[in-house]
Design a protein around this ligand. Structure first.
Ligand SMILES: Cc1cc2nc3c(=O)[nH]c(=O)nc-3n(C[C@H](O)[C@H](O)[C@H](O)COP(=O)(O)O)c2cc1C
Length: 201
């Protein structure tokens, strides 16, 4: 990748606005699914820039913004990252783009919440650009019996010891179609009114 640029006026954003207006937030989340198969087509730089702009707008506790992001489009590096976990990361090898979400825990005690929100922002921004995507959990996962996924990712990307790795988001043009979750399947029984256990009808 050439160095990422974030133009003040993103012509693509303006052009895209018309299409984005076609899908409301609720339509977007009604259709949203984790997509793990991607076309080899690269993700355009202007779309990467919009996703990064979106994540930098994410809320964080006390606005401390403890997060940092590594945008990876080097296919050799992505293939290495695909081996980060014993299970659940191999599909990353087929993604043209991966965004690694890290944080400095010294900057904020609730960095896990902040990085989780950031990961969600990346995912929803990608979704809104019609890009398939899936969260790959790194924190608290193992690469092998001896090595954590975090240590593995740290070695691949040269991340300093005091920076934690929460997740990687795999992104690419979808090469599989999934239906959104049907409303009848949603667990409304987990929603209570006014007191715990009081199920809403
Ligand atoms: C915190 C979190 C961690 C996840 N980690 C992984 C992962 O490591 N590998 C993976 O393939 N999917 C991962 N997922 C995706 C979930 O498996 C997926 O969201 C879930 O199966 C529901 O499917 P849906 O997203 O299509 O609704 C993760 C999702 C979340 C929210």
């Amino acid at each position: 990748m050439e160095c990422l640029t974030f133009p003040k006026q993103n012509a693509f954003a303006a052009k895209y606005k018309k299409r984005r207006d076609e899908m409301s937030f609720f339509e977007l989340i009604q259709q949203r699914r984790s997509v793990r198969k991607y076309q080899s087509k690269p993700v355009e730089q202007e779309k990467v820039a919009l996703i990064i702009e979106a994540v930098l707008r994410a809320p964080s506790s006390r606005s401390l913004n403890p997060w940092e992001f590594i945008v990876v489009d080097n296919q050799d590096t992505i293939k290495k990252l695909a081996a980060a976990k014993e299970h659940g990361s191999s599909f990353l090898a087929g993604a043209p783009l991966a965004i690694v979400v890290c944080a400095d825990p010294k900057k904020c005690d609730v960095w896990i919440e902040d990085t989780s929100i950031a990961t969600t922002f990346i995912s929803l921004a990608a979704e809104s650009l019609r890009l398939g995507n899936c969260w790959v959990q790194i924190r608290e996962r193992m690469h092998s019996a001896e090595k954590t996924s975090e240590a593995f990712v740290r070695d691949v990307l040269g991340i300093p010891e005091d920076v934690k790795v929460e997740s990687i988001v795999a992104i690419g043009y979808p090469d599989e179609r999934k239906e959104g979750h049907h409303k009848e399947e949603l667990q409304f029984e987990k929603v209570f009114a006014n007191e715990y256990g009081s199920v809403c009808n």
